[in-house]
Ligand binder design. Structure first.
Ligand SMILES: Nc1ncnc2c1ncn2[C@@H]1O[C@H](COP(=O)(O)OP(=O)(O)OP(=O)(O)O)[C@@H](O)[C@H]1O
Ligand SMILES: [Mg+2]
Length: 329
């Protein structure tokens, strides 16, 4: 890999000619005539902090989401209109529903709020749902489940919420929530099917939906990217499942499948001793390079196409593209 790689990352940029900028953890967003100009940067966030920059991460996320928006258009309409630059999507502006739609195909997770932790502590009624006896860590669930969370305001934490509470508290109308759940499960099934072609398992993911001015339901934000989803390689999963002693009920000594997503970085921090106390250390160079390789690998396995890096420097390229497109001549 090019040794200069880490000097070519894309932290984002200010484009005053586009008006006020809204920045999420990963994306910079401008608004134009009911459209959003969504610029995906190389910022990597985890543990509620931006840890650093990962080469080509923005391009991977943007192009992978674009791939999936096309692949799933028959299931539900989405915000994607066009991608005039490898790091930019122009999308229809929506009113986001105030919930994040998390879908899980496996019983997994490492944190104390994770499904596996709670199950391993003996709970069988979790997220407002019954779970069968005898599941082991990372086992596939009888069928995928939806475990929604509220969408927290900036700086806040997303809280678990049941489907029932969503409807009863009037966050989403009951009929609309049914449509959201049907769409989410169909998207997840499609995701698993396409991922399998590349030898990957889609473990879990998060969708966001919104309503446009006509009141239509649209899938927004991103879909089946290594930031919003967990992927395991199918071969590593089979290897792990066949290891004897795997069914240890306390989850200790469980060999983990190989991740092709952001979890890779979280696990690397844990391996280097970070247990969530205080702010995490900045992303080390070697980890940034490895993460970049994972993100690119994920793109290639899912799309079946080679990743072709856009021209450098990214910021100049993005600015040139958007000036041409939007600056009144
Ligand atoms: N079509 C759309 N209409 C309206 N909002 C959208 C649309 N697509 C994405 N968004 C919003 O844009 C933001 C994307 O930015 P980013 O992914 O960086 O945010 P985040 O860090 O995940 O969340 P936060 O908004 O909490 O900072 C999200 O808040 C998402 O809900
Ligand atoms: Mg986001």
């Amino acid at each position: 890999m090019d040794p200069d790689l880490l000097n070519q990352t894309f932290p984002g940029l200010d484009l005053e000619f586009l008006g006020p900028k809204r920045s999420g953890k990963v994306r910079d967003i401008y608004e134009r005539d009911n459209r959003l100009i969504i610029i995906t940067t190389d910022r990597l966030s985890a543990f509620d902090h931006i840890l650093g920059l990962v080469p080509f991460k923005g391009q991977v996320l943007n192009q992978l989401a674009a791939f999936w928006f096309e692949e799933t258009r028959d299931i539900v309409a989405n915000h994607f209109l066009e991608s005039p630059d490898p790091n930019v999507t122009i999308g229809r502006k929506c009113r986001p529903l105030p919930v994040e739609v998390v879908v899980r195909g496996y019983i997994s997770g490492v944190t104390k709020t994770s499904l596996w932790y709670r199950y391993s502590q003996g709970e069988r009624y979790i997220y407002g749902m019954e779970f069968p006896e005898g599941l082991s860590k990372n086992e596939q669930l009888p069928q995928p489940i939806i475990t929604p969370t509220t969408k927290a305001e900036k700086g806040g934490h997303d809280e678990l919420i049941t489907s029932r509470e969503i409807v009863e508290n009037g966050l989403v109308d009951g009929e609309l929530w049914d449509r959201v759940c049907t769409a989410a499960l169909a998207l997840f099934a499609r995701g698993q099917e396409v991922a399998a072609r590349g030898g990957l398992l889609l473990v879990d993911t998060k969708y966001e939906f919104g309503l446009n001015d006509e009141g239509e339901l649209l899938l927004i934000d991103e879909i089946h990217t290594p930031d919003s989803s967990r992927f395991w390689t199918a071969t590593s999963y089979e290897d792990v499942r066949s290891v004897s002693g795997q069914r240890s009920s306390n989850g200790q000594n469980v060999v983990e499948p190989e991740n092709y997503d952001k979890e890779f970085v979280r696990l690397a921090y844990a391996a280097r001793g970070y247990i969530g106390d205080g702010p995490p250390a900045p992303l080390a160079d070697d980890l940034a390079v490895q993460a970049s390789q994972r993100y690119i690998g994920c793109y290639e396995l899912l799309t079946g196409s080679r990743f072709v890096a856009g021209q450098n420097p990214v910021a100049e390229r993005v600015e040139r593209c958007l000036r041409q497109r939007f600056l009144a001549k």
